[in-house]
Design a protein around this ligand. Structure first.
Ligand code: SF4
Length: 281
């Protein structure tokens, strides 16, 4: 069985930087260190940070004192203000691409555009962007939702960094039925688009795709959907132990891709496991 891995699979630059910052912070600080939610959607990385003393909390109210690390997804300015008001030290590991989305959202609103954010309403990155414009935004997940919007003088459109270009194009095109002035600022992250493109190409060439990454990770789930759309059997796994030999029966060429929150070691282990299974079979 041939096994192919997408180029650039695994940790993107923003996630790598956030993890590094978390390790540096806990080694430097003499006080308790927390992250607001897991630093990335990868249980193995979260566990190794826990071993060093970084605890993930759901809410700021769970932290009596110490340091709070803001994840690469970012948060709203209100969350940072609340943390500072509680006397916590804030270490901001927001990815620069997400910071750019915040900045462009503010610019559009300040320039008088009605802001549309293409993304997942409940995703922390989108919550952060909505917060940065004090809620003056409408979040949509696709073009079908545009039909419910009122006609406006001008709309401004940005996207959650993990969105696909196709979805952004469809929403932009639908928005033109609601306004004569539309400003689209492409805030999709290249790391995500490149990986999605490579995943699509690989899925079209293989008999089976394994998508590696946290089940709660938006960008990994998106990769699984892309593989499904290519019509290939796809399994979304977090570790090598989940691979079942039965999946590989009759498979001549298996493809592997991994979300931006997947550590290199996990990918390496999966590639080795697949190779061993092939050698054994
Ligand atoms: S996927 Fe892109 S936007 Fe998200 S953390 Fe990685 S580099 Fe930043």
């Amino acid at each position: 069985m041939k096994i192919s891995l997408t180029k650039n699979a695994g940790h993107c630059f923003g996630v790598k930087a956030a993890i590094q910052k978390a390790f540096e912070t806990v080694r430097r600080e003499r006080q308790p260190v927390f992250t607001l939610g897991p630093i990335i959607h990868n249980p193995q990385v979260v566990r190794s940070l826990e071993k060093e003393g970084v605890k993930a909390v759901k809410n700021l109210s769970e932290i009596p004192k110490g340091v709070i690390i803001i994840r690469s997804h970012g948060v709203s300015p209100q969350v940072i203000a609340t943390a500072q008001a509680r006397g916590l030290k804030v270490v901001d590991a927001t990815c620069p691409f997400v910071q750019r989305a915040h900045q462009l959202a503010r610019q559009l609103v300040e320039s008088g555009y009605d802001l549309i954010i293409l993304g997942d309403f409940a995703h922390p990155e989108v919550e952060g962007i909505v917060g940065t414009v004090q809620g003056r935004a409408t979040v949509v997940s696709g073009a079908s939702e545009i039909l419910d919007l009122p006609e406006k003088k001008s709309y401004g459109l940005i996207a959650q960094t993990t969105q696909t270009l196709e979805n952004l194009q469809q929403v932009a095109s639908a928005l033109l039925t609601r306004t004569r002035t539309l400003k689209v600022l492409n805030t999709i992250c290249n790391a995500t688009t490149d990986l999605q493109k490579q995943t699509r190409l690989l899925a079209q060439a293989v008999d089976l795709m394994l998508v590696v990454g946290g089940r709660n990770s938006a960008n990994t789930t998106r990769l699984a959907v892309i593989c499904q759309e290519a019509g290939v059997p796809v399994y979304h796994i977090e570790t090598a132990d989940e691979i079942q030999p039965g999946w590989l029966q009759g498979v001549k060429h298996a493809g592997v891709t991994a979300g931006t929150s997947t550590p290199e070691e996990v990918i390496k282990e999966i590639m080795e496991r697949l190779k061993n299974m092939t050698d054994a079979g």
